[in-house]
Write a protein that binds this ligand. Sequence first.
Ligand SMILES: CC(C)(COP(=O)(O)OP(=O)(O)OC[C@H]1O[C@@H](n2cnc3c(N)ncnc32)[C@H](O)[C@@H]1OP(=O)(O)O)[C@@H](O)C(=O)NCCC(=O)NCCS
Length: 179
Amino acid sequence: MTDMSAPPPISILSADEAERRTAELAALLHACVHAGANINFVMPFPMADAEAFWRKRVLPAMRDGVRMLWVAEERGGIVGSVQLHTDTPPNQPHRAEVTKLLVHPDFRRRGIAKALMRELEHRAAALGRSLITLDTRTGDFAEPLYASLGYLTVGTIPGYCLDPFEEKLHPTTIMYKTL
Ligand SMILES: CC(C)(COP(=O)(O)OP(=O)(O)OC[C@H]1O[C@@H](n2cnc3c(N)ncnc32)[C@H](O)[C@@H]1OP(=O)(O)O)[C@@H](O)C(=O)NCCC(=O)NCCS
């Protein structure tokens, strides 16, 4: 029987696997945005837009070898994901950026995000990517999560992004960690 208190296993997906599982990845993104996540999208956000994100923005970068994708799976379904961008300029070969850390609303507070980030950091370090940068909406749950993993706050940028549901701007917090 699955231990529902322990985080599920984390694996890295190839571009082919990600393509095959685009519908599942789209469902995860769609659920998170509709639950209020501020991760670039605003309402209305139909499933077709979620699928287009994976097909147009993520899969080509994965095929180009400049983006890596980890997923957490529970009973064969994807319940969490995170991406690492390694498409940095020639003077930043040691840096990489984390984006779209997502955990399905039904599977939160079980340590899945932390487990995804641990795997990502492990691989980033092995690739010589010793500086990890990211930004997250100021005040979101992701902020204490990243802080608990050792990410330091550089500062906040006011009026950075739109709220997904209303005409209102939010600040973003810039964070980094040296591995
Ligand atoms: C942020 C998010 C990824 C956290 O996923 P999660 O699997 O629930 O996180 P974890 O269980 O690994 O929690 C790790 C820590 O984060 C913090 N945290 C996460 N959710 C929290 C909440 N609802 N309230 C307070 N702290 C929270 C806590 O410090 C927690 O540690 P603890 O459980 O030991 O107290 C998830 O809420 C999510 O997908 N949010 C929407 C998308 C998003 O904002 N992503 C970040 C983009 S940069």
